[in-house]
Design a protein around this ligand. Structure first.
Ligand code: CA
Length: 219
């Protein structure tokens, strides 16, 4: 499993990295919270130290949860009960008190990933709204039975919305999913792609703008 380890203490990070390697995981270690927000999409699980040099770990968690359901195990200093409670409330899946016992760490990682695998429901692969049909596997879009040709990015934007048909998806989440970074200046690019998509699909009621938030496909 690809484990992203956010830990600024070299001693702790080296020990954890070694233990993870030895047990067949692929750890990537970062020192700063900002790096978590850029790299989380290439990980299956995040081990998050709460005391990071640039951002509070809880702030990292809050930002991450706005765009991702990645399993997170929080690493915290002993006795820091308030942070643990806040961490769990913000969407951490579990926590470990430092100094971390390796056997416990490995067991927790296993348990968290088992839970998240069970929770992940298979997504519908063909999504329809009115006469618009999005085939997510074939990457094919038809309107009234006629195929509409989309660019890779246009399809990616549409797929991100169609996967959650009937639900409002925030601009931040779209940017993160399609461009891999919600914190770069890709906002204008998103607008351009949405304008193009709307023109090609020609069904304004199928792609709704949720003012001040984002967009919705169907529903
Ligand atoms: Ca630390």
């Amino acid at each position: 499993m690809r484990v992203l380890l956010a830990e600024d203490d070299d001693g702790v990070a080296d020990a954890l990295t070694e233990a993870l390697y030895e047990h067949g995981h692929l750890p990537t270690r970062v020192r700063r919270g900002e790096e978590v927000l850029v790299r989380h999409r290439r990980a299956d699980l995040l081990l998050l130290d709460l005391g990071l040099p640039d951002l509070d770990g809880l702030e990292v968690l809050r930002k991450l949860r706005a765009v991702s359901g990645l399993p997170v195990v929080v690493l915290t200093a002993r006795g820091d009960e308030r942070s643990v409670v806040r961490g769990l409330r913000l969407g951490a899946d579990d926590y470990l008190v430092k100094p971390v016992r390796l056997a416990e760490l490995l067991a927790r990682i296993e348990a968290v990933t088992r839970r998240s695998a069970t929770a992940a429901a298979p997504a519908p692969r063909i999504v329809r709204a009115d006469d618009v049909e999005v085939d997510l596997d074939a990457r094919r879009v038809t309107v009234g039975g006629a195929e509409v040709r989309l660019t890779t990015k246009e399809f990616a934007v549409l797929a991100a919305l169609a996967t959650r048909a009937g639900t409002a998806v925030s601009r931040q989440q779209l940017m993160d999913e399609v461009w891999g970074d919600a914190y770069l200046a890709v906002s204008r690019s998103l607008d351009v792609h949405l304008t193009q998509l709307r023109a090609k699909i020609g069904r304004p009621e199928v792609l709704t703008t949720i003012r001040g938030f984002g967009y919705r496909f169907g529903g």
